[in-house]
Write a protein that binds this ligand. Structure first.
Ligand code: SAM
Length: 238
């Protein structure tokens, strides 16, 4: 198959299959979306984990997450939606939070559990679709973290997620979300998310938007180590 025209070539970059002259298939949020720049079904992520090095798995927490934790943003009980191999969840557990991580890809959850065991950390990791699992989780969370999950959702799923999230986040609790920004050029990879779209999803009376600002996502891809992101801190209204 030829090189798809919507994916810019990056000299020296390797494709997941090892071939040279690849494309930014490997940037955080994933390549290979069934619809370029669109919502991403679970099998897109599964294939990346099966490839051995998911492009977003930097084997440490995103610097923005560390900064938010240092600033005291996260409460005692935290949910990590789309936790992947668990680096955000494990970092927050290492700082004393009671953390639950949910991801749709079993292989990612197995890796997260293994990392937890190797580091002597206790995290509740669960393999499930977040949109199904949310209502089943017991009790409320003080905070919810999201690194690269929201931007994988369709418009309809965004609305569904926001209403289910509102049921699980304690009043005053914060949803901290990092997503691909609309400042990322091109149409490869995941869906870009603008500030206006975030405001549209969380504009109802259940929410108070504390802050939406430019940030960045680190990636495991040498040719593109940093990608423009939007950070949103959205509070569950009292
Ligand atoms: C870009 S990755 C980020 C993973 C992780 N947060 C990190 O920073 O390494 C997005 C993750 O969301 C997960 N995901 C996407 N849609 C999901 C859904 N509906 N339910 C659960 N997990 C989902 C994918 O399997 C993938 O692990």
């Amino acid at each position: 198959m030829g090189h798809p025209s919507w994916i810019p070539r990056i000299p020296g970059m390797k494709r997941p299959d090892g071939a040279a002259g690849g494309h930014p298939a490997g940037v955080p949020g994933g390549p290979d979306a069934s619809e370029a720049g669109g919502p991403q079904p679970a099998d897109v992520f599964k294939r990346q984990y099966e490839g051995g090095q998911a492009p977003w798995d930097i084997a440490e927490p995103q610097p923005e997450i560390v900064a938010l934790e240092d600033a005291g943003v996260f409460g005692p009980r935290v949910l990590d939606v789309g936790c992947g191999t668990g680096e955000t969840a494990l970092f927050l557990a290492s700082r004393g939070h009671d953390v639950t991580g949910v991801d749709a890809v079993q292989m990612a959850i197995e890796t997260a559990k293994q990392r937890a065991s190797e580091r002597g950390l206790d995290v509740c990791f669960r393999a499930a679709d977040v949109l199904i699992a949310l209502p089943e989780l017991i009790g409320k969370f003080h905070s919810v973290t999201d690194v690269g999950f929201f931007h994988a959702l369709t418009d309809q799923q965004r609305a569904d997620f926001a209403s289910k999230l509102a049921e699980k986040l304690a009043p005053g609790g914060v949803y901290a979300m990092l997503c691909f920004s609309d400042r990322v050029p091109g149409a490869w990879g995941p869906r870009r998310v603008s500030e206006a779209e975030i405001r549209a999803t969380f504009g109802g009376p259940a929410w108070r938007i504390r802050e939406i600002r430019p940030s960045e996502l680190r990636s495991a891809v040498e040719a593109m180590p940093i990608v423009d992101a939007n950070l949103a801190l959205i509070e569950r209204a009292q």
